[in-house]
Structures are given as C-alpha cells and as structure tokens.
Ligand binder design. Structure first.
Ligand SMILES: Cc1cc2nc3c(=O)[nH]c(=O)nc-3n(C[C@H](O)[C@H](O)[C@H](O)COP(=O)(O)OP(=O)(O)OC[C@H]3O[C@@H](n4cnc5c(N)ncnc54)[C@H](O)[C@@H]3O)c2cc1C
Length: 477
C-alpha cells in the first residue's frame, strides 16, 4: 500500500470520478489555492450522451472520451490518479483506491464524490450477460460488435427462424437512451448496411423498443413522447408499451403484458437501458456519516449544501446525489460540482458551512435525438421537435464536448453519417463481445479464492485460481 503525500500545506481537495461532476468540479478549482487529486477508475472523461453513436458506428471512442490527464495537463494544481476507490474514511479523511494489486491512500481536507450511477437490472443481474447496458465505452463497443455480429451471422444462417432471431434487435427501456439507440439501429440497417449483404436484406431487420410504462420518453411529457413514438414508428421501429421484461437469455426475452399474459420474443441482440443504480460508494458514505440516508436507487440524500450529515467538507454530486427536482442528467452534475467547488473556495476565504446558501438547480431543459435531422426538445415550458430541435441538440452537444480536436473530428463524423450513408466507425471484433464475460469470470474466480482464503484465515488479495492472469497483472502493475 502506498500513501499519496502532498508536500506543502495547501488545502487538499480529492475528487472521485472523471465524469461531468468530477471534471467540471476540478476545472472550477483551477485558479484556487488548493491541491486537487482527481481519482477515477477510468482514465477518460466520458461524454455518456453520445455513447449510442459509438455503439452504432458513427463516432469513435476518442471523440467522446478524451484522456482526463490530457484535459487537465495545464491545470497545475491538479493531479490525476487511476484507481477504483473502495474505501472512504470519514474519520481520518482519507480515500483508498486500488489499481491492480496496489492500494493508494490519499488524504483530503475537502472531498467531492462524483462516481455516478450504473445500470440497474432491478435485482435480475443475470440479464446483463445477454443484454448489456449502455454506461461505459466497453458497453458501447460490445454493443457495436453484437449489432454488427448479428447481421454477419444472419448472412450465414441456414434457416428462416435463425435469420429472424439474428435480425431482431431489442432495446429495453424507452427513455432518451433507448429512443436514441432504437432510432440509430434502424438507420444503420436501413441506410448504412443497405446493399452490403448478398443473402439478407438489412432493411428487413426488426427493431423492437420495449417499455414497461405506458409512454415513450415519459419524463418529457405526452406531447414530445408521442412525437418521438410517431417518428420512430415511421422509421420501422416497433414500440411495445406496458411490456415488462421478466426474463432474458441468449436467444430472446420473455415479456409480461399489461393483461398479465407472457410471451417470448426471439432475438440475439438485446440492450438494456431501463434503469440506474447509484455507485456503491453512496451507501458507504451514507453509512459512515452521522445519519445521512440513501434513496431506493442508492443515491445519497444530501443536505441542502450537497454534503453529508456531520461532514460539511464531504460533497456528493451528480448522479450519486439525491436532490428533489434534480434529474440524473449532465446539467445536475455540472451544477452540483460547480456549487461544491465554489463552497470550497468560499471556505478558504473564511465562510463557515452554516453560511452557505443552499444549492439551487437551474433546469436548462432536456432533449433526445430520434434520427438524423430529427429530435425532441424541452426548455422550460417550451416544447419543440423536428429539424430545429435537432440543430439545438447538435449545438449543445458540441458545446459540452471536451477538447477542440474532439469537436472537429465529431463534426466530420456527423457530416459523413448524416449527409451520406456511410459510418466511419464500423470496426468490431469478437473480443469486444466476449471480453466482459471473460473478465467477470476471472473476477469471480478471484472472489471465490478470497472467500476460501478468508475462511482459512489468510488475507485476501493473492489467492486467485487463475495464477497466470495474476502473474500478468503483477508484470503490468
Ligand atoms: C447512455 C447515456 C445517455 C445519456 N444522455 C444524456 C443526455 O442526453 N443529456 C443529459 O443531460 N444527460 C444524459 N445522460 C446522463 C449523464 O451522462 C449523467 O447524468 C452524468 O454523466 C452524471 O455525471 P456524474 O459525474 O455524476 O457521473 P458519471 O459521468 O457517470 O461519472 C462517474 C465517474 O466516476 C468514476 N467512478 C465510478 N466509480 C468509481 C470508483 N469506485 N472509484 C473511482 N472512480 C469511480 C467513473 O469512472 C466515472 O469517471 C446520459 C447517460 C447515459 C448513460
């Protein structure tokens, strides 16, 4: 175990997470008289709203996920550490992160926790094996390989039933991510892949959007939801509402309809975008605070100044915080972390926690694309859709994309995809489909071995069955 030491007496801020909350909080402190350590288990700042475009071959990972280290190169008061935070000590004010076998302890005076949320399968985690979520770069690449791989297999299929199963794509959850994904899979099949196979016609692909509730884009209201549904249906997407997925396996899903009856849909490629669960660090912080609780999704019910009870120096922001009226969106994370950074700066000037004004969220609206040139947009009470909404979506996403180069390359990618039929990022490998499951297997072997070792009284960490993998980890580490 190593301890991060800071060689001077400046106020130490630790930021956990390099998403919207982590990065914007860190950048807001760039001129402050503090030393910042940003710790994240991913080495990039991921722009999640465009993940679906990586999954469907429009953008590359580099365009939506610049290396955090490069983004913060010029911010001399910030250091970036790669590591999975697994312990937060609110008594001694330290954070412990792990990279491979190495634990690093980083002390803090102020802490901003922005570790976001992950996919929720509502207690059915085994669904993930066959229906990956859409939260990480790995998810997007895996999905791209699954989508394109399904078409490749369909070209070789020997029976109609097999071909139909391979050319049916199921998206579970009709929120913005589900809507955007369904639209893009349909466009991929109809425009980009059209004419590229000889046995199958990609335009025959079925894209099915399953939603457990009664509407598409529920939180955006009935008018925009109906517009989005109409446009999707025009593109050939089959929308099935009040359809609860009760089981998922390699070859399909089981759906329970509103009348209680169940049916099965055969489909090889499934994607899950139906729910989120907060990062487990939320529960840990709440349990170690002086009475803070988490909500049903595991988000921390923070104080009005976004801190936890008894620890006015510990801020929880972004998708990990639970604040009434603040949605799990980029704006919530950016505004929350900016508020925390301002509170830290004010503290340096003598402001006490009691003097802090409560956090106020300013709702800048929400939007979702449906297809090229078509989106729905809600800003306050104003709702609009179509090309104008799509232009607004385009401008906003470009504005928030981090990095000058990312913006230019992204515009070129959009130009190629939206004006022409081609997509520039159609590479996919078998490894992308299987890597997640292989890693999970290795990790479960590790957990088994650690459990056995603990039962025998040995410390965990070096008892894994796949010794070859651990050997390699040691070499890399
Ligand atoms: C597919 C998709 C589409 C979306 N579309 C939109 C949209 O159109 N508009 C919109 O406003 N919002 C959208 N969102 C939501 C938006 O992306 C989130 O609200 C926002 O990213 C939350 O920011 P955050 O900083 O709280 O968390 P995140 O951005 O998720 O960042 C979490 C960070 O914490 C790190 N981390 C997690 N656990 C640990 C740990 N134990 N140790 C160290 N680091 C850790 C992660 O690596 C990551 O860097 C979308 C989300 C998804 C998934």
């Amino acid at each position: 175990m190593s301890t991060q030491s800071v060689g001077n007496q400046r106020h130490r801020v630790v930021v956990i997470g390099s998403g919207f909350g982590g990065l914007f909080g860190t950048r807001h402190l760039r001129k402050a008289d503090v030393d910042i350590t940003l710790i994240s288990k991913t080495s990039t700042h991921l722009f999640q709203p465009l993940l679906y475009q990586v999954a469907t071959g429009i953008l590359s990972t580099g365009e939506i996920a610049p290396a955090t280290r490069l983004v913060l190169r010029k911010q001399k008061n910030a250091q970036v550490l790669l590591g999975d935070v697994h312990d937060i000590d609110l008594v001694n004010n330290t954070v412990t992160s792990r990279l491979l076998n190495r634990d690093t302890v980083t002390p803090f005076d102020s802490l901003i926790v922005a570790t976001g949320a992950q996919q929720s399968y509502f207690g059915n985690d085994h669904f993930a094996t066959f229906a990956p979520g859409m939260k990480t770069i790995d998810d997007a690449l895996e999905l791209r390989a699954r989508i394109l791989g399904s078409f490749e297999q369909a070209e070789l299929a020997t029976t109609q039933a097999e071909r139909d199963r391979l050319m049916t794509f199921i998206v579970v959850g009709a929120g913005p991510t589900g809507v955007e994904l369904a639209g893009q899979i349909a466009e991929l099949a109809d425009r980009t892949l059209d004419g590229t196979f000889r046995t199958i016609d990609p335009r025959d692909a079925r894209v099915i959007l399953l939603e457990g509730a009664g509407a598409v884009l529920g939180p955006m209201g009935p008018k925009l939801g109906a517009k989005a549904a109409k446009r999707l249906e025009k593109m050939g997407v089959e929308i099935q509402l009040n359809a609860m997925v009760t089981d998922v396996d390699a070859h399909g899903v089981v759906v329970k309809d509103a009348d209680g009856s169940t049916r099965r849909i055969e489909a090889t490629c499934k994607v899950w975008s139906a729910g989120v669960q907060a990062s487990p660090l939320g529960k840990m912080i709440a349990e170690r605070s002086d009475g803070t609780e988490v909500d049903r999704a595991g988000r921390v019910i923070v104080e009005p100044d976004l801190t936890v009870k008894g620890h006015p120096n510990v801020f929880v922001v972004g998708d990990l915080m639970s604040v009434p009226g603040v949605p799990g969106q980029a704006q919530g994370a950016i505004q929350g972390s900016t508020y925390a950074a301002k509170a830290i700066k004010a503290g340096l000037k003598g402001q006490t926690p009691e003097q802090r004004a409560p956090f106020k969220y300013f709702n800048k609206g929400s939007m979702a694309t449906i297809s090229r040139f078509d989106a729905v947009c809600q800003i306050g009470k104003i709702e609009f859709s179509g090309f104008l909404a799509w232009l607004a979506w385009l401008a906003l996403h470009l504005y928030y994309l981090v990095g000058y180069r990312s913006r230019i390359v992204t515009v070129i990618g959009w130009f190629v995809s939206f004006l022409g039929r081609n997509r520039g990022q159609m590479a996919a490998t078998e490894q992308w489909v299987f890597a997640r499951l292989a890693i999970e297997e290795v990790q479960s072997d590790q957990a088994d071995a650690d459990e056995l070792a603990a039962a025998l009284g040995a410390p965990p960490g070096n008892n894994s069955k796949p010794a070859r993998v651990r050997e390699q980890q040691r070499e890399v580490g």
